[in-house]
Design a protein around this ligand. Structure first.
Ligand code: FAD
Length: 471
C-alpha cells in the first residue's frame, strides 16, 4: 500500500531547475523531496543535453585538431583514427559522474529522492508512480515546485526513429559517423551537433527557415559565425522550408523549398537531425486536476514571483517562460526556494548569458544591436579582433572578435557579444559588468593579465571610446 509522506517542499523534476531548487530548499531548512522519473538526476541537461553535447564537442575538437592542426605546431602524429564506441563511452562516463554526483549532493543535503513519475491528486497531494527501484507513495506537500522541463518539438510529418531520423538525443549517440548529415534548424543545438559530426567526417548541410542562423544572436556575430562554420565545411541553405523527410531503407530523402521563390530542391542524407526547438513538457503531470493556465506554447503561466493561481505552487525552468537554458532554470530554482523562505527572490532576466560551444565559441549577454535599434536606444560599439591579441596569436587561434555595445552617452555596458576562443568563459566577466552597471571605462581601467584572451575583452571596452592600445 502506498505510504503517505509529508514534506515541506516537494519538487517535481530533477533537472537543473529542480535539483538546484531542492538543494537550496534543504539548505534553507525545509524538509525537501524531489520526484524524478528518468532514473537519473540532472534532467535533460546532464543526461541528453548540455553535458553529453559538450563532451562530444570537446573530444571531436581534439580529434579534428590532431588530424588537421598539429603539423604547423611541430607535432607530427602517426595514424590517427576514431574509435566511436570509446568516444561515446567517454561521454557516458562524464554524464554518469555528474548525475551520480547530484545524487550524492541530495544525500549530503538531506533531500529525499523519489524515483518515479509524479502526478497531482489535488493541490497538496502528489501520487508517485514508481519506476524500477522506486517506492510507491503519495506525498503531501506544503509547498510545490513544478520543474518538469521540456521535450523535443516534433516536425509535422517527419517521424523520428532515433536511428536515421534523429532528435538531438539520437544525434548524441550515433553508432557510426554518417557520411551525409542533414540538419533541420540552424539554432544552437543544430549547429553544435553539426560541428561535432562535421569534425568527425560527416558532410553537414543545415536547412534553416530564417535568413540567418543562431536564433537570438546579434546579427553581425551570426554572420561571422556562419562564415567561420562554412569555412569548416558546413553547408547552409537559409530561407528554406523543409516539406518532406522520409526514410527509405538506410537513406533519408528530404525535400525543401525556397521560402521566397518557392523553388523546390531535394537532398539525401544518411542521418537527418530534426532540431527545430523544444517545447514545455507536462505530460502525465495531472495539471488538468488543478486547472492551471497553460499558454499557446504549452508554458505553465506564472506571475513575476513564479506563482500559479495557487501561491504555494511555483514553476521554474523550461516548462515556463524565458530562455530554455540550464543556468536560467538554476537561478529560478534558487529564487523560488528563497521566496518560500523569506518572501523574496530575484532573477535578472536582462543578464542571462548564452553560449554556443562551437569552435570558436560564441557567447553573449545583454542586448544586441537589433534589439537596441528597435527600442530606439542610442549606443556605441567597441570591437577588438583576436588576431590582434597576443595569446590568441600564440595559440594560433585567432578567429573572431569581442564586441561591446555601450550607451552612447554614459558608456554603460548594454550588451557584450563575443565570437572567439573561450568566449563562453569570457562572457562571465561581461555578466559581472552588467550586474554592477559598469561603464566600458570601468572595464578598461581594470588590470587584465598578460598574455590572456581576456585582454581582448578589455581592449574592446576601450574601443567604445576609440582608444584601444594594440589595434
Ligand atoms: P529538464 O532538464 O528538462 O528536467 C526536467 C526533468 O523532469 C526531467 O528529467 C524529466 O524526466 C522530469 N520529469 C518531467 N515530468 C515529470 C513527472 N511528472 N514526474 C517526475 N519527473 C518528471 N542549456 C544550457 O544552458 N547550456 C547548454 O550547453 C545546453 N545544451 C543543450 C544541448 C542539448 C542537446 C539540449 C537538448 C539542451 C541543451 N540545453 C543547454 C538546455 C538545457 O538542457 C535545459 O534548458 C535545461 O535542462 C532545463 O532544465 P529544467 O530543470 O527546466 O528541465
Amino acid at each position: 500500500d502506498a505510504a503517505n509522506k509529508k514534506h515541506d517542499v516537494v519538487i517535481i523534476g530533477g533537472g537543473p531547475g529542480g535539483y538546484v531548487a531542492a538543494i537550496k530548499a534543504a539548505q534553507l531548512g525545509f524538509d525537501t523531496a524531489c520526484i524524478e522519473k528518468r532514473g537519473a538526476l540532472g534532467g535533460t541537461c546532464l543526461n541528453v543535453g548540455c553535458i553529453p553535447s559538450k563532451a562530444l564537442l570537446n573530444n571531436s575538437h581534439l580529434y579534428h585538431q590532431i588530424l588537421h592542426d598539429s603539423k604547423s605546431r611541430g607535432i607530427d602524429v602517426g595514424d590517427v583514427s576514431l574509435n566511436i564506441a570509446n568516444f561515446m563511452k567517454a561521454k557516458e562516463t562524464s554524464v554518469k559522474q555528474l548525475t551520480s554526483g547530484v545524487e550524492m549532493l541530495f544525500k549530503k543535503n538531506g533531500v529525499k529522492y523519489y524515483k518515479g513519475s509524479g502526478s497531482f491528486v489535488d493541490e497538496h497531494n502528489i501520487k508517485i508512480d514508481p519506476i524500477e527501484g522506486g517506492e510507491e507513495a503519495t506525498v503531501t506537500a506544503d509547498k510545490i515546485i513544478i520543474a518538469t522541463g521540456s521535450e523535443v518539438t516534433p516536425f509535422p510529418g517527419i517521424t523520428i526513429d532515433e536511428e536515421r531520423i534523429v532528435s538531438s538525443t539520437g544525434a548524441l549517440s550515433l553508432k557510426e559517423v554518417p557520411k551525409r548529415l542533414v540538419i533541420i534548424g540552424g539554432g544552437i543545438i543544430g549547429l553544435e551537433m553539426g560541428s561535432v559530426w562535421s569534425r568527425l567526417g560527416s558532410e553537414v548541410t543545415v536547412i534553416e527557415f530564417q535568413n540567418s542562423i543562431g536564433a537570438s544572436m546579434d546579427g553581425e556575430i551570426a554572420k561571422t559565425t556562419q562564415k567561420l562554420l562554412s569555412k569548416q565545411g558546413l553547408k547552409f541553405n537559409l530561407g528554406s522550408k523543409v516539406t518532406k523527410g522520409v526514410r527509405e531503407g538506410d537513406v533519408v530523402k528530404i525535400a525543401y523549398e525556397n521560402v521566397k521563390t518557392g523553388e523546390a530542391s531535394e537532398i539525401e542524407a544518411d542521418v537527418l537531425l530534426v532540431a527545430v526547438g523544444r517545447r514545455p513538457y507536462t505530460e502525465g503531470l495531472g495539471l488538468e486536476k488543478l486547472e492551471l493556465d497553460v499558454d499557446k506554447k504549452g508554458r505553465i503561466v506564472i506571475d513575476s514571483e513564479f506563482k500559479t493561481k495557487f501561491p504555494h505552487i511555483r514553476v521554474i525552468g523550461d516548462v515556463t517562460f524565458g530562455p530554455m537554458l540550464a543556468h536560467k532554470a538554476e537561478e529560478e530554482g534558487i529564487a523560488v526556494a528563497e521566496y518560500f523562505k523569506n518572501g523574496h527572490g530575484h532573477v535578472n532576466y536582462g543578464n542571462i548569458p548564452a553560449v554556443m560551444y562551437s569552435h570558436p565559441e560564441v557567447a553573449w549577454v545583454g542586448q544586441n544591436e537589433e534589439e537596441l535599434k528597435a527600442a530606439g536606444i542610442k549606443y556605441k560599439i567597441g570591437k577588438f579582433p583576436f588576431i590582434a591579441n597576443s595569446r590568441a596569436k600564440t595559440n594560433q587561434d585567432t578567429d573572431g572578435f569581442v564586441k561591446f555595445i555601450a550607451d552612447a552617452q554614459t558608456q554603460r555596458v548594454l550588451g557584450v557579444h563575443i565570437i572567439g576562443p573561450n568566449a563562453g568563459e569570457m562572457i562571465a566577466e561581461a555578466g559581472l559588468a552588467l550586474e554592477y552597471g559598469a561603464s566600458t571605462e570601468d572595464i578598461g581601467r581594470v588590470c587584465h593579465a598578460h598574455p590572456t584572451l581576456s585582454e581582448a575583452f578589455k581592449e574592446a571596452a576601450l574601443s567604445t571610446f576609440g582608444k584601444p592600445i594594440n589595434f
